[in-house]
Design a protein around this ligand. Structure first.
Ligand code: ARG
Length: 614
């Protein structure tokens, strides 16, 4: 309905201009067009849209807002393009204009979506790309989603899992909108950690440095922990580790080989998880930017931003002070000449916005990490802007998320107090989903084969983990609870998957609409309020997708899908569908089909595949 909304906005603006030419002229002169303040109606009984623009005009025009609204409405009603789509506008309260689409317009809109695999969501790539052709000359600059990004030789933790799930869903929504998306895995594969690890391994397990898989990843993680302990307490070890980093960064063949082996091993382990969750990522780790680090410092120097403070190269931030009231620095070169996490991120930003072939030519770069890195990103974003690396329309966005907590509200841990291994976490979700399923099958006296049980349990278990993560407002901390995420009722994946199965079953029983056959062109007719409520809910899908694309909040899509299933259930419980006949039956079955399609598409954008039966 976004197209309708945009057209309506134009009609309202024109009507206001005709009613109050002086207001239009003033707006013109100030460079800001008149704002009809149009949005969705706050309650269904107010119709579809509400325009509050009359209120803001009261003061400049020196007239009561209600009178202004009346004048706008009179002009609006005289516009045939408006009247063809809308009922007569109503004025409410101090001067709100309530706008209701004509029923036949709503029905026609439903009709259009029945034959549209994109369900009314336009593609920025244009019709060619939507038809499956590679976007050609018209292609828009890419959007980069930097997500997951675990660290080599360290354990991937629940924070990385959150980043992986949220980042994937945002990438899916952007891709569905036709954006070319680069899904980048900015793995931590560079820096001091390798110096420590290689130094330690040379002494305790040298075979790990020249033979693939000589030790397994669990051992490697343990070795890393020991190395870190030694690094923190043993000065000689520290010095050797630093030298080792310099060797690696300078391309020493032995260090390089060790590094490659270590990275390969972690990489394979990460990939198991990505495959299991059906997540695609292109690895472009920190090491990729190594050749560009010097240029970062040179650029900052040339821009007059670099200050040497205590031997370290810094850029002092504007508007951000520390406790002592002094501006906070972003350190880009340590006093020993080495570079750090921030330097790498600056090099990455510079590269990502730079035009191809020297860079990615992106116009929007999105980072999905825990909220703890907010200050880091605020700092590097500011430095990058001041260095002039970001084009005017370039967008840099940090998508922060809260901590994952156990049911006790503390950091998620196993019973023995260890960090939870992601593999174990997913295994447990699937095992519990299987136990629930077997119980339900027994209650319903159904028998299903093992392949069915395995498929449903895997789908439901993984969906539950993903959905629990996505359905929260991501900024707040989130409490991980298997019981809650696997419940068949409430805002959960099992509830939504079940709704799809149920609706798809009804549509199948109705038969006639499933084929997309001749009936698709017959006019749809709705009469009951429950039908209209469902129609309106279904038609909001495109606006919800646009909102997620803009605000990067997948939980909005989750809430929408949850509400849709509830509105659907109300409709199906209160209005006869299979027992109705004639146009009513056909129209109601059409609503069933569109509801199932919308849920399936929406879940797919969350990275959750639907089931036929469960
Ligand atoms: N490796 C980092 C971590 O584990 C996350 C990297 C996020 N991306 C970035 N461009 N800094 O915390």
């Amino acid at each position: 309905m976004l197209t309708v909304l945009r057209a309506l906005e134009g009609q309202l603006r024109a009507a206001t201009g005709r009613a109050f030419p002086e207001a239009a002229a003033a707006a013109e002169a100030s460079g800001k067009p008149l704002d009809p303040a149009l949005g969705p109606a706050s309650k269904p009984e107010f119709g579809d849209f509400q325009a509050n623009g009359a209120l803001a005009l009261a003061k400049p025009l020196g007239q009561p807002p209600r009178k202004i609204a009346e004048a706008i409405v009179a002009e609006l009603a005289a516009d045939p393009a408006f009247s063809a789509e809308f009922e007569a506008p109503q004025i409410a309260g101090p001067g709100f204009i309530n706008l209701t689409l004509r029923p036949e317009r709503l029905a026609a809109e439903v009709q259009r979506r029945l034959g549209d695999p994109r369900l009314g969501v336009p593609s920025v790539a244009g019709p060619d790309a939507a038809a499956g052709q590679a976007p050609g000359e018209l292609a828009v600059a890419p959007v980069i989603v930097d997500f997951s990004s675990p660290n080599i030789a360290k354990e991937m933790h629940v924070g990385h899992l959150r980043s992986t799930i949220i980042g994937d869903s945002l990438a899916r929504v952007l891709e569905f909108r036709g954006q070319p998306v680069l899904r980048l895995n900015h793995v931590g594969d560079w820096g001091t950690q390798f110096g420590m690890l290689i130094t330690h391994l040379k002494q305790v397990a040298p075979e790990a440095l020249d033979t693939a898989d000589a030790v397994d990843l669990g051992d490697l993680v343990a070795f890393y922990r020991q190395a870190k302990q030694r690094f923190d307490s043993d000065e000689a070890f520290q010095t050797t580790s630093r030298e080792e980093v310099v060797k690696l960064q300078g391309g020493d063949p032995i260090s390089r080989k060790a590094w490659t082996l270590l990275c390969d091993q972690s990489r394979r382990e990460f990939q198991l998880l990505y495959d299991r969750l059906d997540i695609r990522l292109s690895e472009r780790g920190e090491s990729f930017y190594n050749p560009y680090l010097e240029a970062v410092v040179a650029d900052l120097e040339a821009a007059g931003l670099l200050v040497v403070d205590d031997g370290a190269g810094c850029v002092f931030l504007e508007g951000l002070q520390g406790k002592d009231g002094k501006p906070l620095p972003v350190i880009v070169q340590k006093s020993d000449g080495g570079f750090n996490y921030a330097t790498t991120d600056l090099a990455a930003i510079r590269y990502r916005f730079r035009a191809a072939p020297e860079g990615d030519g992106a116009r929007r770069v999105i980072y999905v990490t825990d909220a703890g890195q907010a200050n880091h990103f605020t700092g590097v974003f500011q430095v990058a802007r001041r260095a002039g690396w970001i084009p005017d329309d370039g967008r840099l966005e940090h998508v922060p998320f809260g901590l994952v907590q156990g049911e006790d509200g503390k950091k998620l841990k196993t019973r023995s107090g260890d960090t939870v291994r992601l593999k174990d976490l997913l295994d447990e979700a699937v095992e519990r989903a299987e136990a629930d399923l077997r119980r339900r099958l027994q209650e319903e006296e159904r028998s299903e084969d093992d392949a069915f049980i395995a498929h449903v349990a895997t789908t439901v278990g993984l969906a539950a983990v993903k959905y629990a993560d996505l359905s929260q407002n991501r900024i707040t901390n989130y409490q991980f609870s298997f019981d809650r995420m696997l419940a068949l009722s409430g805002n959960t994946a099992p509830y939504l998957l079940y709704a799809v199965v149920r609706i798809a079953g009804i549509a199948r029983k109705g038969g006639d609409l499933d084929s997309g056959g001749a009936d698709d062109t017959a006019e749809l007719q709705f009469s009951e309020p429950q039908e209209w409520a469902l129609v309106r809910q279904l038609l909001q899908f495109d606006a919800v997708i646009a909102e997620v694309e803009e605000e990067l909040l997948p939980n909005r899509l989750c809430s929408y899908l949850f509400e849709l299933s509830q509105v659907f259930n109300r409709f199906y419980d209160q209005v006869p569908v299979l027992k109705a006949d004639g146009p009513a039956r056909r129209s109601r079955l059409a609503l069933c089909r569109l509801s199932a399609d919308t849920l399936k598409l929406g879940l797919g954008l969350l990275g959750i595949p639907s089931l036929e039966r469960m």
